[in-house]
Design a binder for this molecule. Structure first.
Ligand SMILES: Nc1nc2c(c(=O)[nH]1)N[C@H]1C(S)=C(S)[C@@H](COP(=O)(O)OP(=O)(O)OC[C@H]3O[C@@H](n4cnc5c(N)ncnc54)[C@H](O)[C@@H]3O)O[C@H]1N2
Ligand code: MOO
Ligand SMILES: [Mg+2]
Length: 421
């Protein structure tokens, strides 16, 4: 092994990787394909909301001054001249003594200045004419949603760089965007390496295990906002791996492999990077799990050699590949958000390196707690299913107790933060 395996601090490793982050540019996508993408331009109101005076209730539109004499024992009568549903307009302006039967969302007829809800009106028919009576006085403007009362033409409603959530989508539709300009997704190539790996549909065989990392990482890539190009699994054979990695590298924005980055006889990745002419940025990090995470760079493109151990692989992805994918896609705050929380359970094992314990957030008595998700070895896969945070326990000689103040990295909170600290 010709690489320097002196562990470097996590912050240095992140900084080395992020020297090669790049923004991938913008593309136009259909509105129904833009979920979670990053807006290239802000959204400005192209018309007032609402675009016309409208009724918030089902009722009668009338002139408020016509109810001036109304009282509990003094009903005032109106002639109902027509019915207007949402999507329709009245055929003419109303005059004194007239009312229009109007539905929620319909445009207020010209001449009307208030809406009385059905519940306070009585109706009757006489000589084939419709009438309505009301015993209450109405005020001018009562029960009318005025044109532009929510938003005026030209108001800036959403800024450039915002992630498209369901609410942003509603605004895109409101203002008539069938397509929208968003950050491109990076194409992330993915290989799983290991002669022991079976496909998901194969029966277990002696000494073999199913390839879980490929599915896990593919899902992590998607969650981070990347597009997965899965190339399949490779046997631990130098030429096979070298050829496959070398070919795939030209087709992707970054390449992720899992397995083969430690010091075993079949851990081939670092030497493959070397033969490719890639510069290995680091091959050992002062962290657990994921200390063997190896990242290399060639022609400005990154190769992430994640560990084969499932938990180490998972953590390595979230710390080093996630922010690169986020930045490529146009996210301004590309790092996972870190919060202060209370440790929910003892973690007695001291560790010389910073430990990223797979955990989950929960809430108790108004406090944010984070608890370990279960067994905390890097070879473990089962705890990952309960993980939505990484509890960041600094290296040292002591363990941690329930109630201790800790920091947790949120894996499913898209708000992010601008710096890794
Ligand atoms: N002498 C030393 N041995 C090890 C060291 C060390 O420093 N000195 N580091 C240990 C640490 S820490 C880790 S983490 C692992 C890293 O191993 P590799 O990244 O080289 O991965 P492999 O050897 O290929 O596999 C390790 C483990 O993971 C399983 N695996 C691999 N791929 C998958 C997959 N796609 N899905 C599920 N599981 C997978 C594999 O079967 C092995 O059990 O090295 C330690 N050793
Ligand atoms: O890289 Mo290993 O995961 O430190 O356990
Ligand atoms: Mg190995």
């Amino acid at each position: 092994m010709k690489f320097d395996r002196k562990p470097i601090p996590v912050t240095d490793a992140v900084a080395k990787v992020m020297e090669y982050e790049r923004f991938g540019g913008w593309e136009e996508v259909a509105i129904d394909q833009c979920e979670n993408r990053i807006l290239a331009e802000g959204i400005t109101a192209s018309h007032p909301i609402p675009p016309f005076n409208k009724s918030p209730y089902d009722g009668f539109a009338l002139k408020a001054e016509d109810t001036a004499e109304a009282g509990s024992d003094k009903p005032v009568t109106f002639r109902v001249i027509e019915q207007v549903g949402a999507g329709h307009q009245s055929s003419r302006a109303i005059e004194h003594g007239e009312a229009v039967r109007i539905m929620t969302g319909a445009e207020i007829p010209e001449g009307a200045d208030c809406v009385a809800m059905f519940e306070i009106c009585q109706t009757y028919e006489e000589d084939s004419m419709d009438y309505m009576t009301i015993k209450r006085q109405m005020e001018k403007g009562q029960n009318i949603i005025e044109k532009g009362s929510e938003t005026s033409l030209g108001d800036v409603l959403v800024n450039k760089g915002t992630r498209i959530n369901p609410g942003v989508k509603a605004l895109l539709a409101t203002f008539g965007y069938p397509t929208v300009k968003v950050g491109k997704k990076p194409v992330i190539g993915l290989f799983a390496t290991g002669t022991e790996l079976l496909d998901v549909d194969e029966e277990l065989q002696p000494g073999k295990i199913r390839n879980s990392n490929a599915y896990m990482i593919a899902a992590q890539i998607e969650r981070a906002g990347g597009h997965v190009k899965y190339y399949g699994k490779l046997e631990d054979d130098f030429d096979t791996c070298y050829q496959a990695v070398s070919r795939a590298f030209s087709e992707v924005d970054a390449l992720i492999t899992t397995g083969g980055v430690s010091v075993g006889d079949f851990d081939l990745m670092p030497d493959i990077y070397d033969k490719l002419g890639a510069e290995v940025l680091f091959n050992k990090i002062a962290m657990r799990p994921g200390s063997v995470t190896t990242v290399a760079e060639k022609d400005g493109k990154l190769l992430f050699g994640l560990s084969g151990n499932p938990s180490a692989c998972y953590v390595g992805f979230e710390l080093y590949a996630y922010p690169v994918i986020q930045r490529f896609a146009g996210v301004e705050k590309p790092y996972h958000r870190k919060i202060d929380a209370v440790l929910g359970k003892d973690f007695p094992k001291p560790n010389p390196f910073t430990r990223f314990v797979r955990g989950f957030i929960h809430y108790e008595d108004g406090k944010v707690l984070v608890s370990p998700a279960g067994m905390d070895k890097s070879a473990v896969v089962t705890t990952l299913a309960n993980t939505d945070a990484l509890i960041m326990l600094p290296g040292g000689t002591r363990g941690f107790k329930a109630g201790d103040a800790v920091q947790a990295i949120l894996l499913e909170d898209p708000s992010g933060q601008a710096a890794f600290k």
